[in-house]
Ligand binder design. Structure first.
Ligand SMILES: Cc1cc2nc3c(=O)[nH]c(=O)nc-3n(C[C@H](O)[C@H](O)[C@H](O)COP(=O)(O)O)c2cc1C
Length: 324
């Protein structure tokens, strides 16, 4: 089930939405759904499962995003995710990077709906939590609507009820992943069209959404909204989302900094996590306010020093207040 209502989530973002980032986002918003970075089936099956899967219980509701295409491997990894108490398993069919294409998964899978369907079927058989798919509207020269409907027909036929659609094509040749998030035009009309064609499915729109009025507008046409870069670069938007869409008043920024300080102390002391691995996600918390630059400078110049502890966070707050 999609919970809570409305369905608003923070996108999976490699190297950004790690567990520390998610913990920080969760402190600001108890309601938005959070996604892990993409984890490949190979990394889970052959690598350090604990490192890839561990998270703090506060992070729920939390989805594990998988990258892969081989049904048995996907089923094994989905089951690991369920055993780790994730709330959803999401399959990445939207990432256009060369590395991902070599592994034959990500966006290039959209050209192989049968393969995706077999993977989805295998995962659904293996777990009782929802299995969802994140995709683009199309790839390369494919005609958007017929291509996307063929994909959704086949994959929903395999049991997937929720499609998160990044409202752009992926151009697999000639554009970097970053360019692929900026250059292909946004086609929200196509995502909305999918909701009218498939009213029984959950259709979540993603791509280029940065303001509350935009979110409200999308929610008139589709079931949910996923926000990526804006949530990372301007995390306080999650507080405004909490207030507007969930009637939730978030803690103050200072309270959140205090709780992140406790978290950093715990992670550093008990798990040897470098302080900078946590503070890097907090640099933009005060964006747009007086003292924001002093905060950012203090955090980024001290966090990587040998012997840095959680105390640098309170020192940075001091720098912000002194310059504000
Ligand atoms: C740094 C970065 C890493 C990303 N990594 C992933 C990923 O691991 N899996 C995925 O499905 N999408 C990934 N994306 C794409 C986002 O999930 C999202 O679809 C895209 O940024 C468009 O949404 P936005 O305009 O709100 O940022 C990544 C995006 C960024 C900026």
């Amino acid at each position: 089930m999609l919970t809570p209502t409305p369905h608003i989530s923070v996108a999976p973002m490699m190297d950004w939405t790690d567990r520390h980032c998610r913990y920080f986002h969760r402190l600001i918003s108890p309601h938005v759904r959070l996604y892990t970075e993409m984890v490949t089936t190979g990394a889970l099956i052959h690598g350090d499962q604990r490192r890839h899967l561990d998270y703090s219980p506060e992070e729920h509701p939390l989805a594990l995003q998988l990258g892969g295409s081989e049904p048995d491997d996907l089923a094994t990894c989905a089951k690991m995710g369920e055993d780790w108490s994730y709330d959803e398993i999401n399959l990445n069919c939207g990432c256009p990077s060369e590395r991902v294409q070599k592994g034959a998964f990500g966006a290039c899978l959209m050209a192989e709906p049968d393969t995706v369907a077999r993977g989805v079927e295998a995962m659904i058989r293996a777990v009782s939590i929802p299995v969802t798919v994140k995709c683009r509207i199309a790839i390369d020269d494919e005609d958007d609507v017929p291509f996307l409907t063929r994909f959704i027909d086949r994959v929903s036929g395999a049991g997937c009820r929720t499609f998160i659609i990044h409202a752009r094509k992926a151009w697999l040749k000639g554009l970097s992943p970053k360019e692929n998030r900026e250059i292909p035009p946004l086609r929200y009309d196509i995502v909305r069209d999918m909701k009218s064609r498939y009213p029984h499915l959950n259709i979540i729109v993603n791509g280029g959404i940065t303001t509350l009025p935009e979110i409200s507008d999308h929610l008139k046409y589709v079931d949910g909204v996923m926000i990526g870069r804006e949530a990372y670069q301007n995390p306080w938007i999650l507080s405004a989302i909490g207030a507007d869409f969930f009637g939730h008043v978030s803690a103050s920024k200072h309270d959140i900094v205090a709780r992140m300080t406790d978290y950093t102390a715990r992670m550093h002391r008990d798990h040897g996590v470098p302080v900078k691995s946590i503070t890097r996600h907090m640099l933009t918390l005060f964006q747009g306010e007086r003292g924001a630059r002093a905060w950012r400078r203090a955090l980024s110049t001290t966090a990587h020093l040998d012997g840095a502890t959680e105390n640098i966070i309170m020192d940075a707050l001091g720098a912000l207040e002194a310059s504000g």
